[in-house]
Design a protein around this ligand. Structure first.
Ligand SMILES: [Zn+2]
Ligand SMILES: [Zn+2]
Length: 219
């Protein structure tokens, strides 16, 4: 009991700091051909993760079995805090969509992973001089904001929507641009923040600075 060494998860972090060990289970059972040849389906497997320049490299012993690209089709499907499990969806190096459960050893490790994940996803933000939707130049009067979904530089007028983005670890309402808002309005059908984790708010037309919002359902 007392001789177990508690390993500290340092990955993914913004700087590569070493390997982390997690239990992984592949759960993408649709289309057997897309399953990893390295992982047995529906069984926990101990693998090692190494974060490097936006990629999470996955090792089984010494051989690299997968690389997860945070910039390409990466999503957090669900979080089970009580079990310290994340379910993620990503495009494999060979182009297949995979779904993995990642089990952390401790709640502390789970929280650290989540924080690091948020930081990594933030690195997708662009830093443009003009709004990527309306092309107005940013300055003192027209501040640059970032859509939390696509990471684009957008002005306030072009990002009036607030939504939770659980697939990108945002449980709170965050800024979303008009283009991503269109996409979200098809998916989010909640009536209030209290009864759905995927609630989306959209500002009333022409009142982008107003604190009053109308839910998409009523628009
Ligand atoms: Zn704009
Ligand atoms: Zn966007």
């Amino acid at each position: 009991m007392g001789n177990s060494i508690q390993s500290k998860a340092k990955l993914p972090s913004q700087n590569p700091t070493g390997m982390s060990t997690f239990d992984v289970m592949e759960i993408n059972s649709k289309g057997q051909s897309s399953l990893s040849e390295h992982l047995p389906s529906l069984k926990w497997c101990e693998v090692h993760f190494l974060y490097h320049k936006g990629l999470l490299l996955v090792f089984d012993n010494d051989s690299e079995i997968e690389s997860i690209d945070f910039y390409n089709k990466f999503e957090v499907v669900s979080e089970q805090l009580e079990k310290c499990i994340f379910t993620i969806k990503f495009q494999s190096a060979k182009g297949f969509i995979r779904m993995w459960k990642i089990r952390c050893k401790t709640l502390q490790e789970f929280k650290m992973w989540k924080k690091s994940l948020k930081n990594v996803l933030k690195m997708r933000w662009t830093n443009m001089k003009t709004c990527e939707i309306c092309h107005k130049v940013f300055g003192v009067m027209n501040r640059r904001h970032h859509c939390r979904k696509c990471g684009k530089s957008v002005c306030a007028k072009c990002s009036p929507i607030r939504s939770t983005l659980p697939e990108l670890t945002y449980k709170e309402l965050v800024r979303v641009c008009l283009m991503c808002g269109d996409e979200l309005s098809d998916k989010r059908k909640g009536t209030s923040e209290a009864n759905t984790p995927n609630f989306t708010l959209i500002s009333s037309k022409g009142k982008s600075c107003s604190q009053r919002y109308i839910s998409l359902d009523t628009v």
